[in-house]
Design a protein around this ligand. Structure first.
Ligand code: ZN
Length: 130
């Protein structure tokens, strides 16, 4: 059963536009990008009638998602202003940190570790295994 949008929902959706398809997850389709206020961390902010909150969290719930008070709403598309439910999932802060570390983990070996191996006299054979 559909119902008319509430005034808060209308205000919310007026601030959303279709964005790009995420490079790492093209299977998700385009992001739905927040065009309202964006905080310095890149996340949309929205006043839901009671308080100002993260637009992606509010959007997740407006689209039928459920999130426990202690859970975070995480981006599968790695695009902070995206509010599309398909691109979001509820998870813990621990998972959030793991996601971020996986995303920014350097492909090259740690230069400090390489320096240390050189200092210990390790040859090219050892370094190639890093
Ligand atoms: Zn997205």
């Amino acid at each position: 059963m559909s119902r008319p949008l509430t005034p808060v929902e209308v205000r919310f959706w007026e601030k959303v536009t279709i964005g790009d398809i995420p490079v790492q997850h093209p299977d998700l389709g385009p992001c739905w990008v927040w065009t309202g206020f964006i905080n310095p961390n890149g996340y949309g902010r929205f006043y839901d009638g009671r308080k100002v909150g993260n637009a992606h969290r509010i959007g997740f719930v407006l689209q039928g998602g459920t999130v426990a008070p202690k859970e975070k709403v995480l981006h599968r598309c790695n695009n902070p202003p995206c509010i599309r439910r398909l691109h979001l999932r509820a998870g813990t802060q621990f998972e959030n940190v793991q996601d971020r570390e996986a995303r920014f983990r350097p492909k090259a070996p740690d230069p400090v570790a390489v320096e240390r191996l050189f200092a210990l006299g390790a040859g090219e054979r050892v370094l190639r295994r890093l």
